[in-house]
Design a protein. Structure first.
Length: 385
């Protein structure tokens, strides 16, 4: 079986959602799907069709809230579970996301589910576009905000086919990351600088709140300044350079993704500043930097949120409503802090020599004995021990 046949995701690009050949799978995707193909499983009664409206790009770039790794893991989960997954990329253009939603709603044979992201606050427009169709909608990664919900209502209300939402608990995750960065200071009082993403992306504000909460919990700690950036390494470097010049006593720099953190680290080196730097994402360069003594920590796990959503949608399609086990609006507190101390354990699961994850183990339809969903990191890392 070729890698192209193993991938069930059809990738769409540009302004028009016209089918294009699926790209060659990453090494991760090939290994995981090939391993799954060797494990027998009973045939599922339903094969749901799911469209993911990805705000990002099919290219492996990091300038945005969703990484290529998230699509990889969604494709792995879809292949293992028995889901026909189609991915429509918006190339960081929220207007294109809305047009994709309109086009899906107009199909003569629409999918069973659409998974979307509230990137640049575009979820209400996409919910409205999809409302006339029979498609059921699930929001991931960046939740619909409380302010937006005054107009949209909540899940299964004004839009009854908006059946659920799931996002990582960024605030709690960053709180743990900040604790790890504080530990790396060796007891010194915190003088923190923060660089988060654009204010138009709810997730950037959630991540920043975690840093604020941690600093507020530590007597004598101070957050000198928090600034917005565009998620890129270049802008992270520019912002960190200005902040380190303005606050020479700063000793901790936090950034809302690894790209900005790598830029901040470079600015710290150029300044000769003695600071600890941490980011989010678990990018390969960030992990190598941690190994080499550059970055102190990263917060990872965001790349799995789409796969966890597909587990719940697969069960929903097969008569098991996830709402009975955790509700329809879920904050999943599973994000994992990686430091030099636990880097090898993490890389055994997600690094260069990663071991494949069997997402069927998390599905109640595949494992009727499961009483509750468990999307925590502990079982994933236990496989490497």
């Amino acid at each position: 079986m070729t890698t192209r046949r193993l991938a069930q995701a059809q990738v769409h690009n540009g302004a028009n959602p016209v089918a294009a050949p699926a790209p060659m799978l990453s090494r991760r995707l090939f290994i995981a799907t090939a391993a799954a193909a060797t494990v027998p499983t009973s045939a599922a009664p339903r094969v749901p069709r799911v469209v993911f409206l990805d705000p990002g790009s099919p290219a492996p770039q990091a300038s945005g809230p969703m990484s290529r790794a998230a699509v990889d893991f969604m494709t792995i989960a879809a292949t293992q579970l028995g889901i026909k997954l189609e991915v429509l990329h918006a190339n960081h253009d929220h207007l294109l996301m809305i047009r994709h939603a309109q086009a899906v709603a107009a199909r003569a044979e629409p999918p069973d589910y659409v998974v979307l992201v509230n990137d640049k606050m575009a979820a209400p427009a996409m919910l409205n576009a999809l409302a006339p169709s029979p498609v059921q909608v699930f929001v991931i990664h960046s939740d619909v905000t409380d302010e937006q919900r005054r107009d949209t209502g909540n899940e299964r209300e004004r839009y009854p086919r908006w059946i659920g939402s799931a996002a990582p608990d960024n605030t709690r995750g960053v709180f743990r990351l900040a604790h790890a960065l504080h530990a790396a200071l060796g007891g010194r009082q915190i003088r923190a600088l923060g660089i988060t993403g654009p204010p138009s992306t709810p997730v950037s504000n959630e991540r920043a709140q975690g840093l604020k909460d941690y600093v507020a919990s530590v007597p004598g700690a101070r957050l000198e300044q928090l600034v917005y950036s565009d998620w890129s390494e270049a802008d992270g470097q520019r912002k960190a350079w200005v902040l380190l010049s303005r606050y020479p006593e700063a000793n901790l720099v936090w950034a809302a993704n690894d790209e900005m953190a790598m830029g901040a680290l470079q600015a710290a080196v150029e300044h000769g500043a003695q600071v600890v730097v941490g980011g989010m994402g678990g990018w390969t360069r960030a992990l190598r930097s941690i190994a080499d003594g550059g970055l102190s920590a990263t917060l990872t796990g965001h790349h799995l949120i789409g796969a966890w959503a597909l587990v719940m949608l697969y069960d929903h399609a097969n008569g098991i409503d996830f709402a009975s086990d955790g509700g329809v609006r879920r904050k999943l507190d599973y994000l994992h802090v990686v430091t030099r101390a636990n880097l090898r354990e993490y890389e055994n699961t997600f690094g260069e020599h990663e071991r494949p994850i069997d997402f069927r183990r998390y599905s109640k339809a595949h494992r009727p004995q499961l009483a509750h969903y468990d999307f925590s990191f502990a079982p994933l890392l236990a496989r490497s021990n």
